[in-house]
Design a protein around this ligand. Structure first.
Ligand code: PEP
Ligand code: MN
Length: 244
């Protein structure tokens, strides 16, 4: 695993063409892995729930074509077999305390991207990571993605202090998801750069070829062009941080 990891891709895999265009663009921008949801735990049951197994198949094809690892969210331990070709299994914020899932992931040899629940403390996040480690799996990446506060101008409130706090307490990598924290694409850049300046070991960013038409989280998605500019600046900030 590299010192700094940049992950980008759509919130949800929607079609072969959508995924292909995005992969091509984010690869050009220099990402280390592609993200894409196939099983989406949505707040409303009437919202797009993801393509399911078909989405995983499209991700596998993209992985082979672009020679990049893939990241996708697993929502239940019964799906582990189905996620065989996925390199980094994401545990979403809503599942951070799904202890049976965490225990089952602890017995795999996959990298796990554990996102902080929006109502959970750093302590609780570290305890959830412990559930995975207890099973023998130490390949864990933690992710700060914003917590719920009284502020409503952003979707969540990015807790930048979680980065130095977690780093002072573990050796695990901590990355930041500026997209879900911001909820609006116009704020993603500031949060992303601030996260790198605060010592984040990487970022996971939502990107869409046509944000306005996205089936999920379009408001917070960067266009491919916006992402490529951001990636350039993120790498510059990462290099600057090495001097400190
Ligand atoms: C996502 O990554 O698309 C997602 C649903 O994130 P979170 O679990 O942080 O809400
Ligand atoms: Mn999303």
């Amino acid at each position: 695993m590299k010192d700094f990891i940049l992950i980008a891709g759509p919130c949800s895999v929607e079609s072969e063409q959508q995924l292909d265009i995005i992969c091509q663009e984010v690869k050009k921008a220099g990402v280390d892995a592609i993200r894409g949801g196939a099983f989406k735990p949505r707040t409303s049951p009437y919202d797009f729930q993801g393509l399911g197994e078909e989405g995983l198949k499209l991700l596998s094809e993209a992985k082979a074509k672009y020679n990049l690892p893939i990241v996708s969210e697993i929502v239940d331990k019964s799906q582990i077999e189905m996620f065989q070709d996925v390199d980094i299994l994401q545990v979403g914020a809503k599942n951070m305390q799904n202890f049976e899932l965490l225990k089952a992931l602890g017995k795999t040899d996959k990298w796990i991207l554990l996102k902080r629940g929006f109502g959970n403390t750093v302590d609780e996040l570290l305890n959830s990571a412990e559930y995975i480690r207890q099973g023998g799996n130490e390949k864990i990446i933690l992710c700060e993605r914003g917590i719920r506060s009284f502020e409503t101008s952003t979707r969540f409130t990015l807790d930048l202090s979680a980065i130095p706090v977690i780093k002072s307490r573990t050796n695990m990598k901590v990355i930041v998801d500026p997209s879900h924290a911001a909820g609006k694409s116009q704020y993603v850049r500031s949060l992303a750069l601030a996260a790198v300046a605060a010592g984040a070991d990487g970022l996971i960013v939502e990107v869409h070829n046509k944000p306005k038409e996205a089936l999920c989280d379009g408001k917070q998605a960067l266009s491919c062009h916006e992402f490529s500019k951001l990636a350039h600046d993120v790498f510059a900030m990462r290099d600057l941080m090495k001097e400190f």
